[in-house]
Each structure stands twice: as C-alpha cells, then as structure tokens.
Design a binder for this molecule. Sequence first.
Ligand SMILES: [Zn+2]
Length: 462
Amino acid sequence: MTNPHLPLDQKILGDIYSSREAMDNLEVLCDDFGSRFGGTAGEKLAADFIATKYKEYGLSNIHLEPFEYLGWERGDVKLEIISPVQKEIPCITLPQSPPIENFEGEIFNIGEGAPSDFNAKAAQIKGKFLMTNSALYPKGIKRWVHRSEKYGRSLLAGAIGFIFVNHYPGYGPATGGIGWEGEAALAPGISIAKEDGDFIQRLLKKHGSVKIRLTSTDTISPKISWNIVGDLPGTEKPDEIILMGSHYDGHDISQGASDPASGVVSVLEAARVLGKHVKLPRTIRFVMWGVEEIGLLGSNAYVRDHADDLHKIRFYLNMDAAGGAPSKDINLHAWDVLQETFEGYREEMALDFAIGQTFHSASDHFPFLKAGVITGGVEPVRQTRSGRGYGHTQFDTVDKVEIQGLRDAASLAARIVLRVAHEKNWPATPRDTSAVDELLNQPSRTEVQAYLAKMEEYHSQN
Ligand SMILES: [Zn+2]
C-alpha cells in the first residue's frame, strides 16, 4: 500500500525521535509544579505553562476556559485499630471523603469486590466499614469494576465507611476519588497499603471482629479550574474539528507523571510537530482538561458549555496517560464503522498497533461519548494490567516514564489526527440520543446501568 502522507510522516517521526522536548516538558510539569491536583498552586502554573507552550508551537485561539467545582483538600488523618489490638495504621483519605471525628466501626472484608457480593452480603456489610482491594477485574468478572463503583455499592449495602486496600505489595496506599458526579462523598473513604490490609485480615480470621476509629480533617469548598484550549486552524474546513486532549491534574499524593502528565506532554509534542510541519484542511483543537481525577470535571464542563458546537467534532482522541501506557494502541470506543479506515491507516503507517473496540467511563472521552461524539484513545489494547501498578500512588514519578514511550504516543497520535483531518471518506456520524442509550444499555452493561440508577436514587434521598 502506498502512503500518501509519507513526506509528512517522515518529518513528524524525524522531529519527534530526535528531540527531548517531551521529556523536558514532563520534568517541568512534575518536578516544578508537583501533582497539579485541583486547587493547588501547581495546577494554575501548569495551566499557564501549557498555554505558553501552545504559543511557542504556533497554535492560535489559545485560552483558558474556567469552570467551577466542589474542591477537596487533604488534611490530617488518624486511623487506629481499637480492638482486638491497639495499633495505628498509616492511611490516606480518598478525595471527596468528608471530614470525620472519632468515627468508629467494625470492618467487613469483601475481598476483591465482585458486584454481586455486595448484594449477597448486605446483611454483614450494614453498619460497618467495607474493606475491599484495588483489583480491577475481580475473579470471574470480565469488566473493569472501578473503585468508585465498589464505594457506591458499599453505600447501597449500608456501609458507614470504605477501606480501599492496594492489591500491589510495596506501593503503599492507592488513591482515587469517591465523590458522586462532583458532589462530596457521603461516607468516609480511606486507603491503606496491602501489608496493612493483610494484617487486618489476619486479625479478622483470628478474632472474628476488628474495630477501628477514624479522624480526618479534610476540607471541601468551591474552587475554579481551567481547561486549556489551542487550535491549529484548518485551511479548507476550519469548522470541522479533530480534538485531541489529556487531563493535566494528577492526584495530590504523587507527581502524576505517567497518569496523566505522560499524556499531556505527548499531546504537546503532537501539537509541536503538527504546528511546525503540516497545514491541515480541518482544525486540530488541543484541550488539556482540569480536574479529571475527582470526576471528569473539566471534560464535563466543556461538553456542557459547548453543547451547541459538539457536532463540529469529527473525532476526539483521548491521551490520558498515553505516554506511560504499556502498549501504544488505538482503542475506538465501539465504532466498528471506523475499523476498516483505521486498519488502512495502520497499513500505510507501517506500524503494528492494535485497534480495540471497547470503552470505559473512567476518562475524559466519556462525557463526549455520552453526547454522541465519535471518540477513541491511545490506550493499551495488546497489554493490559490487572491494576494500576504504581499509578495513583506516591510512586507515579518521572523516573517511571521512558522517553521512548512519550515519542511513540506522540507520533502515533500526530499521524492518526493527520489522517483523520485529511480523510475524505470519514464513515462515522455522531450517535443520536437513542444510539447512545442503546450502547450504554447493551447487555454487558445493564448491571452497571442498574447500579447507577440506584446510586442516583440514593443520592436524591441522602
Ligand atoms: Zn488519568
């Protein structure tokens, strides 16, 4: 197969693979600005840095789009086992956990947290702290069961608190938001290391019951964050937009180097080389999303504020953590109609990435997917993990990210959007409301939909 974009591919690849820019940007984001968690000083510094880079790379229409949200700030926390032994256990609270004082209760351990176990064991869960671990795929379950679903199912079963145990040894506690659609969480949630979770399980086995006391001084208050927008305007059809983005906030306990900064710098790198070497018929819009980690808040705000313009988006390519992902593949979010088009791209690009056709709700493509927009992501399809590894722990640091991974993600993304922007025979059209409903209600997801409906009811009553 001939490659009509070969000269541009060569410029893009030659530039990216002979430059350190992506790693330099990663070091600035992580070492200079820290976690960039919503509400920190580093968050705004990172937003301004991204806008400065957009300018340097020749983008136009550069601006920060502010949005309001309910923020959360970590205070102090103390977790003690008060019976059958007395022992303080290191822990962290999970974002949007409410402040709590001398809150006591017994622990019920549900293990990996298969959804059906929460119903089956509701009588034992009621009135207790529910303890579960961070395994993404509980035994026998084929889909990803997200932490927030385990938390939600604990509440529905009557738990008074939530203990999230990292299932990896040596990484300490793993964090992650537990609020419902941007609201504060209704019951406290904490995370502990695997080793402490194992200790508690041994106590439970030996003594039958374990009682804890929890105090935390986190604060919850209104805040403002920003999505950072910049365009490479199309020369022929500027009103048709290919969107590419990543969130830039990490969790407050870490540098968030792989998740998400490796995605941010890969998007920036794609912007740099496309701006330098290419004139495209359609507009490429780059957006870095604020406050993804506590509920996709930036991307939700964008979809809400730009509802009338979403039809202009030909494709959204989500790049969350793309530079650190174990394999660089294209996952189309259930757009079978695009399979052949992307297989054609793959052949002319002489690359061997996989093309997936699944989707999940745990990143910034999801508000777009729900609005019918055609989405995909640079996501691992060939190699997946049973969990996040060091992700969402204090060990997600710059040293874990390899420049090769940043280059692979940036060049794959740049070459894909180059093709989508030129494509004369784009076979996909956005989903209407009923097609979105049908997708979200497909048999494999009805259990999730039923759970979400129950959560909605629970929140309207509490
Ligand atoms: Zn992320």
